[in-house]
Design a protein around this ligand. Structure first.
Ligand code: NDP
Length: 337
């Protein structure tokens, strides 16, 4: 019986590199030798990456995300294994990687090749394509973790409405779709009322304005939400906590509107509200695999169709500015080939 041949390795690869010199930080598309890849036991031919808020910060040259320069950003990638020294994967296996500091501390997905650790990878669920995986990406994965956290804390569709803040963004859009798929009545908080048709198509039952939650300034407000997926933070999170029903839960995912955590402890000590933190970067492997399996079930390619735009590597500098300005709807998949 003949063994499948390992595919021939390319000699060079294209990557969007962030460079830092006296003039500042800037992106540049470069062709690099394989020796430029970081250490790692597994070589992946990247088919698609994606654009997250954090990637926007990195490509726009904002401090804090990239730990060294030069660096290839892109916190997500999906593609095919070319070689794996650990034996965990065979050449041709389709994989997805999100988090673990890839695209922050080591080179990420905005390149045709990535060298990573096998234990950072998740095999793509059967039948799932790399483009789908990047339509999901860190944003969809984070939304899935948030929904699982609400469920872990006893939030059920029978408990009443659930709220998603920053609903038209990447995490928010996925959270709306996933909660609707799980049978919840979803209220979408957005600063973009023009996205009503889009949000309703995803499964939102009704919309509220972005300004409504920061306006909830009393320690305890009318009990409205059985659960909340919050991607905004700051005064929005404070208002969401104050309006959460007794024994409800709030999954804190993001800081699109600020990193402060104001308010009082009354939602916790008088209503038993749980504040659950979501960290997609270091999420343990079993939870990761469970989340991806459920994403394949509940957020299939058809559901993602209206959420995703696919753009080439060269568009990233402009896209970075747009996501930082809150102008990107849903998910942006980056075709790196
Ligand atoms: P997006 O930019 O796609 O979405 C953020 C959304 O937040 C926007 O679309 C907008 O929604 C809303 N928003 C933006 N600015 C403000 C503001 N000043 N005040 C109130 N609302 C605002 O980003 P992502 O969905 O990719 O990420 C969302 C957040 O989650 C980010 O802070 C990101 O860093 C974080 N994150 C955390 C992860 C984790 O592991 N915990 C993983 C991934 C992301 P709308 O237009 O509907 O109002």
């Amino acid at each position: 019986m003949t063994q499948p041949c390992a595919p021939a390795l390319p000699e060079t690869f294209r990557a969007l590199r962030m460079l830092r010199d006296d003039a500042g930080v800037r992106p540049e598309i470069q062709t690099l030798p394989l020796s430029a890849l970081p250490p790692g036991d597994t070589l992946v031919r990247v088919a698609y990456s994606s654009l997250n808020y954090k990637d926007g910060l990195a490509v726009a040259g904002r401090p804090g995300v990239l730990k060294t320069y030069p660096m290839t950003p892109g916190i997500d990638l999906a593609g095919e294994v070319l070689s794996c020294e650990t034996g965990a994967y065979a050449p041709g296996d389709r994989v997805v990687l999100t988090g673990w500091g890839v695209g922050e501390r080591s080179d990420g997905g905005y390149a045709e090749l990535a060298r990573v650790r096998a234990d950072w990878l998740v095999p793509l669920p059967s039948g799932a394509a790399p483009e789908w995986a990047m339509g999901v990406g860190t944003a969809g994965f984070t939304a899935m973790l948030a929904v699982m956290a609400l469920e872990d804390h006893g939030v059920t569709p029978a408990g009443g409405e659930v709220l998603v803040t920053g609903a038209a963004g990447g995490v928010g859009s996925a959270a709306v779709a996933l909660l609707a798929a799980a049978g919840f009545t979803v209220v979408a908080s957005t600063g973009r009322p023009q996205e009503e048709t889009y949000l309703r198509a995803l499964g939102a039952a009704r919309l509220i304005g972005r300004e409504e939650l920061p306006a909830l300034t009393r320690p305890l407000e009318r009990e409205q939400w059985a659960g909340v997926v919050d991607t905004v933070g700051g005064d929005t999170l404070r208002g969401a906590l104050a309006g959460t029903r007794a024994h409800g839960a709030v999954a804190a995912c993001g800081l699109a509107g600020g990193s402060a955590l104001g308010g009082t402890v009354f939602p916790f000590i008088l209503r038993g509200v749980t504040l659950a933190g979501i960290d997609s970067v270091t999420c343990p492997v079993p939870r990761r695999r469970a989340a991806w399996a459920r994403l394949a079930r509940d957020l299939d390619a058809e559901k993602l169709r209206d959420v995703v735009q696919v753009r080439p590597l060269g568009d990233l500098p402009a896209l970075a500015e747009q996501i930082l300005a809150g102008q990107v709807r849903g998910r942006t998949v980056i075709d790196v080939t």
